[in-house]
Ligand binder design. Structure first.
Ligand SMILES: [Fe+2]
Ligand SMILES: [Fe+2]
Length: 178
C-alpha cells in the first residue's frame, strides 16, 4: 500500500497506485504526489491581493451552492446511478469549498436559498448542473488570469479543469437520453 497526497485539496489517499484523479477534489494526476513529498502550498502564498480575495469569496459561495444543489439532486433522483453520481459531485464541490476556505482562512457561508434546490427531474437537474459547471469553469479561468499569486492561479486553473470534466460528464449523460 502506498500513500499519496493532493497538492490542491491536501487530502491523503492510500492505494496500490496513484489514482488518475484526486478521489476527493477531482484534480488530475499531476497534482497527486507521494505523501512524503507533499508541501502545504498555502503556507508560501503570502497575503492575498484584493482581486484574488474577492474571486475566492465568490468561488466559495458558488461551491457551497453547488454542493447543496447536487445533494438535493441526489436525494430526489429516482435512478440509483444518478443518486451516486450527484452524491459524488456534491462531495467534490464540498471539497472545492474546503480548499478555498483554507486559502481565505474563513468559515464557509450557508448556501443561498435560491441556488440550493434541485427539481424532481433528472434531465432538468443535469441541464441545470451543466449550466452551473459552465459558469464555474469560465469564471475560474478568468480568476486564474486575474490572480497574481502562483498558488491562486494554480488552484483556479485546476478547478476550472475539474468543472470542465463535470461538463463533459453531464453532456455524456444528457446524450444518453437522461
Ligand atoms: Fe484533491
Ligand atoms: Fe467545484
Amino acid at each position: 500500500m502506498r500513500f499519496y497526497r493532493c497538492l490542491i485539496c491536501g487530502d491523503p489517499y492510500m492505494g496500490s497506485e496513484k489514482p488518475s484523479h484526486c478521489p476527493f477534489c477531482g484534480a488530475h494526476q499531476q497534482h497527486m504526489v507521494s505523501a512524503a513529498d507533499w508541501v502545504d502550498e498555502n503556507e508560501s502564498m503570502g497575503e492575498l491581493s484584493d482581486i484574488s480575495r474577492s474571486n475566492l469569496e465568490k468561488a466559495l459561495q458558488l461551491e457551497v451552492n453547488n454542493k447543496a444543489f447536487y445533494a438535493d439532486a441526489s436525494a430526489r433522483a429516482d435512478l440509483v446511478e444518478l443518486q451516486g453520481i450527484f452524491k459524488n459531485l456534491s462531495k467534490i464541490e464540498g471539497e472545492h469549498a474546503s480548499t478555498i476556505r483554507k486559502m481565505l482562512k474563513v468559515e464557509p457561508p450557508a448556501p443561498e436559498d435560491d441556488r440550493k434546490s434541485a427539481s424532481d427531474s433528472i434531465h432538468d437537474n443535469l441541464e441545470a448542473a451543466r449550466e452551473r459547471e459552465i459558469f464555474a469553469s469560465s469564471f475560474y479561468a478568468q480568476a486564474a488570469g486575474e490572480a497574481v499569486e502562483e498558488r491562486v492561479k494554480k488552484v483556479f486553473n485546476t478547478l476550472s479543469e475539474i468543472e470542465s470534466d463535470h461538463i463533459q460528464l453531464e453532456t455524456a449523460l444528457l446524450d444518453r437520453g437522461l
